[in-house]
Design a protein around this ligand. Structure first.
Ligand code: THU
Length: 126
């Protein structure tokens, strides 16, 4: 799937982001041979209970028995900054996906592409 198609999917599901506290909306699109899963950030009045878009997408996929994915696009609308994934989400991605897994971050103006090994070198493993 092309980046533009993943971006269009993210722009569709961003409407579901629940971010009344930070107003920082994020959508994640996970794609691979087993299909496509989306996630959005879901905040809570007890702020620490908030779950990032990336983890929603990964946990949806894993809980459906799907683990083979090539890439994730992370999108935020109306921001100057790019939505680089937080440290917790990087660790969750590294649990399931290899170092050459592609991570694309995008806003309405630009996008950047990395692989997971660059974003989280020497990740913790048991
Ligand atoms: N957020 C994500 O969804 N993904 C990230 O990688 C970083 C932050 C969300 C959490 C919260 O709802 C908002 O962005 C501001 O931190």
């Amino acid at each position: 799937m092309k980046t533009v198609d993943m971006l269009n999917t993210a722009k569709r599901v961003i409407e579901n982001a629940y971010a009344p506290y930070s107003k920082f909306r994020v959508a994640a699109v996970l794609y691979g041979e087993e299909g496509l899963f989306t996630g959005v950030n879901v905040e809570n009045a007890s702020y620490g209970l908030t779950v990032c878009a990336e983890r929603v997408a990964v946990f949806k996929a894993i809980s459906e028995g799907k683990r083979k994915f090539e890439k994730m696009l992370i999108y935020t609308p109306g921001q100057q900054s790019l939505p680089y994934p937080c440290g917790a989400c990087r660790q969750v991605l590294a649990e399931f996906f290899p170092e050459d897994f592609t991570v694309i971050v995008a806003n309405d103006r630009e996008e950047e592409q990395f692989n997971l090994g660059e974003l989280l070198p020497f990740n913790f493993r048991l």
